[in-house]
Design a protein around this ligand. Structure first.
Ligand SMILES: [Zn+2]
Length: 182
């Protein structure tokens, strides 16, 4: 079930910070999903994701805020199987995962590189909805599972660069707009 964007205030587009910004390497704290500042942050994340070509997800540290909040929307991406439309979560955790697979990943905060990253292909993610603070669970696979793990990593101060097996698993980005940039 897609997140109801009408529950958030209008979002403002924020500047996306790039590695090696300190905030990207810092584990974000848990935050109160009902706090109006957190709700606004979530709205801003969605607005910024929406104006960024090829962007399928964005986490709070990427707009310079150390906090556990992110959005994902893999709708229409060719590698997507399960898809929940817009997902916006606060204090999210992977509570179950299985079936690892290595695949190419990109990131708006690391614009010049992509990397081969091993991630679970099936995950259960639990977190809170901004606004109501209601706990929710997302069970998904394939590309959406990868995007969720990528954003949860951002909230923990980790980039895909921290997950690659070595320099051989990094690649120069050739066609910027065609590669997913969660
Ligand atoms: Zn990223």
């Amino acid at each position: 079930m897609s997140f109801d964007l009408s529950t958030l205030p209008p979002g403002r587009v924020r500047e996306v910070v790039r590695a090696p910004a300190h905030v990207l390497a810092t584990a974000g704290p848990e935050v109160d999903p009902t706090d109006p500042e957190v709700v606004q942050l979530c709205a801003d994340l969605v607005a910024t994701m929406r104006v960024s070509p090829g962007c399928v997800g964005l986490a709070a540290p990427q707009v310079g805020v150390s906090a556990q909040a992110f959005c994902v929307d893999v709708t229409g991406h060719p590698k997507t199987r399960a898809g929940h439309g817009l997902v916006v979560l606060v204090n999210a955790r992977v509570v179950e995962s299985s079936r690892n697979e290595r695949a190419r990943e990109g990131c708006m905060s690391v614009p010049d590189l992509t990397g081969d990253v091993k991630r679970a292909t099936r995950v259960t993610v639990r977190g809170h909805l901004p606004g109501t603070g209601e706990e929710t669970e997302v069970v998904t696979d394939a590309f959406e599972a990868r995007a969720l793990q990528h954003e949860i990593d951002h909230c923990a101060g980790l980039l895909f660069l921290d997950r690659v097996a070595g320099a051989h698993a990094l690649h120069a980005r050739q066609v910027y707009l065609d590669a997913p940039a969660p």
